[in-house]
Design a protein around this ligand. Sequence first.
Ligand code: GUN
Length: 284
Amino acid sequence: MPAQLLDGKQISEQQIQAIRSRVEQRLAEGRRAPALAVVLIGDDPASAVYVRNKKLACERAGIRSVSFEYPASFSEAALIELVQQLNQDPEIDGILVQLPLPDHIDPELIIETINPHKDVDGFHPYNFGRLALKMPLLRPCTPFGAMTLLQHTGVDPAGLDAVVIGASNIVGRPMALELLMARATVTVCHSKTRQLADKVRSADIVVAGVGRPNFVQGDWIKPGAIVIDIGINRLPNGRLCGDVDFEAARQVAGWITPVPGGAGPMTISTLMHNTLEAHLALYP
Ligand code: GUN
């Protein structure tokens, strides 16, 4: 029997509608809407698409988005000043600086400048540390969204073997911390990992975030496993595909995310969730 699909599009839409209801309830009580500052530097086409989708999601969630778009020549000092202004602005609850930044801007420096209580990406070392200590505040959106998908399987990760493929700061590392917090036994694999296929074959939960099209083979998947594909890759024919060979893996897995329509929309609805949470923490 082929795997059940984890429909990120539908689950993210439910999440956005629930946020909208909460926002409307607060508006009716005379409160203001949550507000997200979206900062885009340069003209990376993929970043422009992500930022547009985030702003459209804000509209659907009832969140006010405020755009700050500057050319790639924008200086690091000017960006620091902008972030400091947004930190001070009582009308702004969340600050999102889209990555990657141009080469002359140090992303770590910018992330550390963001007030951790407005860091809706969950990238600030303070928020990362809170997650590592099992006392999360604002959690990185892609892994947090993947945990929401996992919850929808009804399977408790406690005691299960999870393999995370990829150790990036945005996906693999925080994903491992999320799964560990849910009491899974976590193995983090990366480009130096030996016998990767064997490690994946032992996993009840597989999360792939490496950015390599169809990298994870169907015969690496343990029968019945939950497969969450974070990858989004464009093939030479223009079509999108994930890091997992979907057609082969779905014959074996118990649950699997499609690409597109799996983890991607969850990242965006989780950003809306984080923006509401940041707003509620600042203005209970
Ligand atoms: N670039 C790729 N993914 C992300 C993300 O989740 N947040 C930000 N700010 N930039 C990104």
